[in-house]
Write a protein that binds this ligand. Structure first.
Ligand code: PMP
Ligand code: GLU
Length: 419
């Protein structure tokens, strides 16, 4: 059977690939400490589970409207209006199979394959963006940041990346994998540039919105580009329940596109109607419950735990020789630079000549899983990603193993003379 190039040539998700390797090693009885998956270790709050169980008991087991039950779309639209300042109606909202599917559908709906469309992507960026941009038929234009500049690109860099073919910019603050949050003023400066270029759409992936850490940086806030009236009409805001509500396995995301007089949202719903139809019908009451004010306390407790882990992770990583790192102010990732360690040899005799080689040797020899930087963008090549969505005990134990592994790396000459 023929396999289409657009699928065959697509990279597999590096995050999911490491997750699968960890599971396989654990199945062999190996005690792996996993910092690879961006998945909260908490369980879903009980009242959200109860809402879904109750819906099942009531017989909510039939097809639901493609874009989602009205009550859930209304809750989402209300949340976006009240918390994010986005002027929208329930009709502008589509409930999707996770935020990943929302990113896929937004790109499919706005990219014209074969036209040379370009999508600007500030990097380091989540591993799935480039494949999804390319699958939709666009060219991914990376705009690199660096650890020295706090992993943030500037409005001037974005301005320079714009061409007549630029169709969209994909923003993600708080950021996976950088663990940083753009100050509102810097994001607004980027939006100023887009406002002056009326053909460019914004896709704003705000999945980590609730996970920001004033405990680390008191001034940190979340700001939604879709709240700016100059670009509201051409901004697609993406969010979901996976991260803030510890609901990764439920696969609930959403997309809000108030623009084009409702036409964009309608086209997205048409696409979803031919792909998946709605998410499971008995999840809709769970969405309403998750977005109700009574859940705020539980979300806050999880956020606080992540803030504590952000500090601990930074403290522990900072003492590892050759690691350069910034303290995370949002999401649950640390993304240290390990460039100084490249060129060495692992205790098992493997050449550490890339972040991928480092991550592979770390997993095989020290049984600690991280994600190598390569698939997060060209500028991310000498980095590795730690997800600190795990217990402090795991963090202490796992990072101690990393420390020991790094200290046992040999220079190439020492390794070749058997020192
Ligand atoms: N966007 C970003 C930045 C992510 O890190 C992830 C990973 N979960 C997603 C979207 C997809 O989330 P979901 O699990 O809801 O598909
Ligand atoms: N987004 C999470 C991560 O980056 C979950 C895995 C995935 O979908 O990429 O680890």
């Amino acid at each position: 059977m023929h396999i289409a190039h657009r699928v065959a040539d697509m990279k597999e998700s590096a995050t999911l690939a490491v997750g699968a390797r960890v599971n396989a090693l654990r199945a062999q009885g190996i005690d792996v400490i996993g910092f690879a998956m961006g998945e909260p270790d908490f369980d879903t709050p009980p009242s959200i589970k109860r809402a879904a169980i109750h819906a099942l008991d009531l017989g909510m087991t039939k097809y639901a409207p493609t874009a989602g039950e009205k009550s859930a779309r209304e809750s989402i639209a209300r949340k976006l209006r009240e918390e994010n300042g986005i002027s929208c109606r329930a009709e502008d909202v589509t409930v999707t199979v996770g935020a990943k599917h929302a990113v896929y559908m937004a790109l499919q709906t706005m990219i014209e394959p074969g036209r040379g469309d370009e999508v600007i992507l500030p990097t380091p960026a989540w591993v799935s963006y480039r494949p999804l941009i390319e699958l939709a038929g666009a060219v991914c234009i990376e705009v690199p940041s660096s650890i020295e500049h706090g992993f943030r690109v500037t409005a001037a860099q974005i301005e320079r990346a714009i061409t007549p073919r630029t169709t969209a910019i994909l923003l993600n603050s708080p950021s996976n994998p950088c663990g940083i949050v753009y100050p509102a003023a810097e994001l607004k400066a980027i939006v100023d540039v887009i406002a002056a270029n009326p053909k460019i759409a914004i896709i704003s992936d705000e999945i980590y919105e609730k996970l920001i850490f004033p405990e680390v940086l008191p001034s940190v806030t979340h700001w939604s580009p879709g709240s700016d009236p100059r670009v509201a009409e051409r901004t697609v805001t993406i969010n979901g329940l996976s991260k803030a509500f510890a609901m990764t396995g439920w696969r609930i995301g959403y997309l809000c596109a108030p623009g084009s007089n409702g036409r964009f949202a309608k086209e997205v719903i048409k696409l979803q109607g031919q792909m998946t139809n709605s998410i499971p019908s008995f999840f809709f009451p769970a969405i309403v419950e998750a977005l109700s004010p009574s859940l705020a306390l539980e979300v806050e407790q999880m956020r606080k735990a992540f803030a504590g882990r952000a500090k601990l992770t930074h403290r522990l990583l900072s003492t590892i020789p050759g690691f350069k790192t910034v303290e995370s102010t949002g999401a649950f990732y640390a993304f240290p630079h390990i460039g100084e360690l490249l060129g060495r040899v692992s205790p098992g005799g493997r050449a550490i000549d890339s972040a991928q080689a480092f991550a592979d040797a770390l997993l095989d020899e020290a049984h600690v899983a991280v994600v190598a930087g390569e698939d997060f963008g060209v500028c991310a090549r000498s980095h590795i990603r730690f997800s600190f969505a795990c217990s402090t005990a795991q963090l202490e134990l796992g990072i101690a193993r990393v420390d020991q592994f790094v200290r046992s790396l040999k220079s190439r000459t020492a390794a070749s003379v058997g020192v």
